[in-house]
Design a protein around this ligand. Structure first.
Ligand code: PLP
Length: 400
């Protein structure tokens, strides 16, 4: 049998991908499936962005670019950070990556030694712990209960820091809970970090534009500019501009880190797709109407789906501040009995029951490090969401 490295044996395939595969397989078998798994916008990339990509391709943007990214897209990133986040970065303080996913992985690969710890507030995006493990680090997950708004408290942060702590990872608004930190909450966390200068911060801002209240997403560095020298910003165009397939993300931070990533990526992925970089620049520099319009649609879906979920006895969901997921509390279903006699003991059992009985596909909370919950994506049409809620209500009503 083939033999693989221990770093590969330490990690598992993405649970959301596995859940999506299972739903697709059942659909192929002819089952009627309501798929609420997918974590990508259901919109097409806006026409002006596709057009800019076509023009770039026809102009000859078909070759390797600078490893850090074309000057055009780096200028667009710097302008975006200034315009939207009030943060000043130089062109040599940003690097383009093949999606935010590769940005985060590369930062860990460039900085972690065996045993270095990364503090990951839970619930977390499924990939964080496995990325840390793949880079020989130790994920230190901290459960952030619903009662605390699914957010890390200063006391929890202080308790989690050790001399081996290398990074604190912040994802606001969060996948899967949609929770977003306020400026005051950031300042309270920064006060703890002030006592531990060896701890660096990585912010994953990929959902920053998808907000349901009228507030703008505050960046950690706006609230606590003193952290700039030890903070690395990760972001990208995937979620904001419905560009998941274009694979453009980036890192902004102190030049030494950008140079380290330049070196690592120049010996691994190489430069990013030239056409996609032109598209990403057009997305950031161009008209932002799509962002406003798509967020308005996500907001309507959130409101309506949230109300439907909260009307199902045994399920409850806290209103997310942003992103496009609902993290549904299913504690009220644990211990109940399905018509076939099976007792629902975990959120994994609940998710399997919803799939088996009514064909509703979701992802169990265990994947995100906080149970008993399951995640629904609202990046799908209202009709599909309404049908999903009807089926869930029926499935729950059939429990003894
Ligand atoms: N960060 C979070 C929290 C995500 O949910 C995702 C995608 O699901 C990503 C990063 C990856 O983004 P990209 O498509 O830019 O790699």
């Amino acid at each position: 049998a083939p033999v693989f490295a221990s770093r590969l044996r330490r990690i598992k395939p993405s649970p959301s991908t596995s859940a999506a595969d299972r739903a697709n397989e059942l659909r192929r078998q002819g089952r009627s499936i309501v798929n609420l798994v997918v974590g990508e916008p259901d919109f097409d990339t806006p026409a002006h962005i596709r057009e800019a990509a076509a023009q770039a391709m026809n102009r000859g943007a078909t070759r390797y670019t600078l490893m850090t990214g074309t000057p055009e897209v780096r200028k667009a990133i710097v302008a975006k950070l200034e315009r939207e986040n009030q943060l000043a970065y130089g062109l040599d303080e940003v690097i383009v990556t093949s999606g935010a996913k590769s940005a985060i992985y590369s930062l860990f690969a460039a900085t972690l030694e065996a045993g270095d710890e990364v503090i990951i507030p839970a619930p977390y995006w499924v990939s964080y712990p496995d990325m840390v493990l793949a880079c020989d680090g130790t994920p230190v997950t901290v459960a952030c209960p619903e009662a605390d708004g699914f957010k890390l408290t200063p006391a929890q942060l202080a308790a989690a820091i050790t001399p081996r702590t290398r990074w604190l990872l912040i994802n606001s608004p969060s996948n899967p809970t949609g929770a977003a930190y306020t400026a005051d909450e950031y300042r309270a966390l920064a006060a703890v970090l002030a006592l531990h200068p060896h701890v660096q911060v990585m912010t994953d801002d990929i959902y920053e534009h998808i907000r349901f209240d009228d507030s703008r997403t505050v960046h950690l560095l706006e609230a606590a500019p003193e952290l700039r020298a030890r903070t690395l910003i990760v972001n990208g165009v995937s979620k904001t501009y419905a560009m998941t397939g274009w694979r453009i993300g980036w890192v902004a931070g102190p030049k030494a880190y950008i140079q380290a990533l330049d070196k690592l990526l120049s010996q691994s992925t190489g430069s990013c797709c030239a056409v996609s970089q032109a598209a990403a620049a057009a997305a950031m520099d161009g008209d932002q109407g799509f962002v406003r319009d798509s967020v308005a649609v996500y907001r309507q879906r959130r409101d309506r789906t949230l109300a439907a979920i909260n009307a199902i006895p045994g399920l409850s969901c806290r209103a997310p501040d942003g992103a496009f997921y609902l993290y549904v509390n299913c504690a009220g279903l644990i211990g109940r009995r399905a018509p076939d006699g099976r007792v629902l003991e975990t959120d994994g059992d609940v998710v399997l029951y919803l799939l088996d009985s009514e064909g509703v596909a979701a992802v169990a909370g265990t994947a995100y490090g906080l149970s008993p919950y399951f995640r629904l994506s609202i990046a799908t049409s209202q009709d599909v969401l309404d049908e999903g809620c009807r089926r869930m209500a029926r499935a729950v009503a059939a429990l003894a």
